[in-house]
Design a protein around this ligand. Structure first.
Ligand code: FE2
Ligand code: FE2
Length: 135
């Protein structure tokens, strides 16, 4: 089962970032399945941890490249990434402390955020980075 499906329209044209977005989609679906199938709490926690770590890695990677090429939309990207960083860190901390019962709404929030960010913000860097030789 998938709570989010990769679609061609999500592609930004920067292959390495598209691969990372696909991996985030996979990790969200993994977490979804863990919750849905009521897998052991440790399994769900690990899946969430992996998603959190991978998301940090991806944001850092995007921001590094943006700074290197002085991407004009950097401030907006950084602002959105920082806000999501603090949200997922809070969620992770709550789960670590054993707060439960926020499974599906949490997943829906992650999915909405991701899709909106890729479609409305990440997609804008496609042609910029392609012109710099990425594709
Ligand atoms: Fe991204
Ligand atoms: Fe981004």
């Amino acid at each position: 089962m998938e709570i989010v499906k990769w679609r061609a329209e999500y592609a930004t044209l920067v292959a390495e970032f598209d691969e990372e977005h696909k991996q985030i989609v996979r990790l969200i679906n993994e977490l979804y399945n863990g919750l849905k199938e009521e897998q052991a709490e440790e399994v769900v926690k690990d899946a969430l941890q992996e998603l959190v770590e991978y998301t940090h890695f991806h944001f850092d990677h995007e921001e590094r490249l943006m700074r290197r090429f002085l991407y004009p939309g950097y401030t907006e990207q950084k602002r959105q990434h920082d806000s999501f960083r603090s949200t997922i860190n809070d969620v992770n901390a709550m789960v670590e402390q054993g707060v439960t019962g926020m499974g599906l709404p949490l997943l829906q929030m992650l999915r909405e955020w991701l899709v909106t960010h890729i479609l409305e913000v990440d997609k804008k860097y496609g042609t910029f980075f392609r012109d710099k030789g990425f594709g």
